[in-house]
Design a protein around this ligand. Sequence first.
Ligand code: GLN
Length: 307
Amino acid sequence: MTHDPDQNPPQQTEAPWTTRRLLGWITEYVGSKGIESPRLVAEMLLAHVIGCERMRLYMEVDRPASPLELMALRELVARAAKHEPVQYLVGHAWFFGREFQIDKRVLIPRPCTETLVEHVLQHRRAAPGHANPIIADIGTGSGCIAISLALHIAHAKVIATDESPAALDLARVNAQRHHVADQIEFRLGRDLQPFTGGSPRAEIDVICSNPPYICDAEWAEVESNVRDFEPMAALRGGADGLDVIRVLIAEAGRLLRPGGQLVVEIAHSQREAVLELVAKADLLSNPIVLKDHEDFWRVLIADRPQP
Ligand code: GLN
């Protein structure tokens, strides 16, 4: 039996709405609306409303929900059925093994962005250089990249930037939650502008970024849960998707110290274009593009060579 939350809300008539029954109902209902991973969505929403871990649901499958819980759930399920991302509904998302607070002010952290973090960590291990690296994260959003790097590179100083003051507020909350607020400096501004005032020194070890990079042609294909709910400024990168990437490639070289590296997430379709852009850039060399775990071209790497 399918219960449409708009017409047929679960009420405590007949049998009580236990965890088992609710999971079945939500899974079936959001699944019928074309939502991906409906079981996972059901578990996340129910665990959120009850205030427990997902695993806990399966330890108490016969637990009856209270009328208040049912009311809250009804609203969330209706929103999920309209394709609002479940991470916004529950207010958090997982990235690099940790939970980040998120809301509509920021992009939802993606698993493919973990490839960028993995690379920066490997690069630091392979080339220890000096012990207190300076790392810049351009367009930090929720702060997921900056915070993951600060957590894994003990003596790094991370400078996290964003053009959105609201995003920086949330990134600060996440930095405090993960106890790395003293390692991260937050700066407001777009692209590399937070670094280019005065006479900038070439002292940054790694400039990394997951910039907006969706081009107009691909925007038309983007799923509605992304297109209608996530901040457009965090996603779209102009007609060819390269507006921000072009600036990063053109300007990062003179901010990086010799031996430093630019590490930028890109779209699968942009591999050739970004390799060409680096070939034309004065202070960058050795460009390569790494694949993510789903086998898509995902991370551009380019070095500022030693003199
Ligand atoms: N750095 C954040 C992330 O990777 C936000 C990126 C963005 O807003 N484009 O999720």
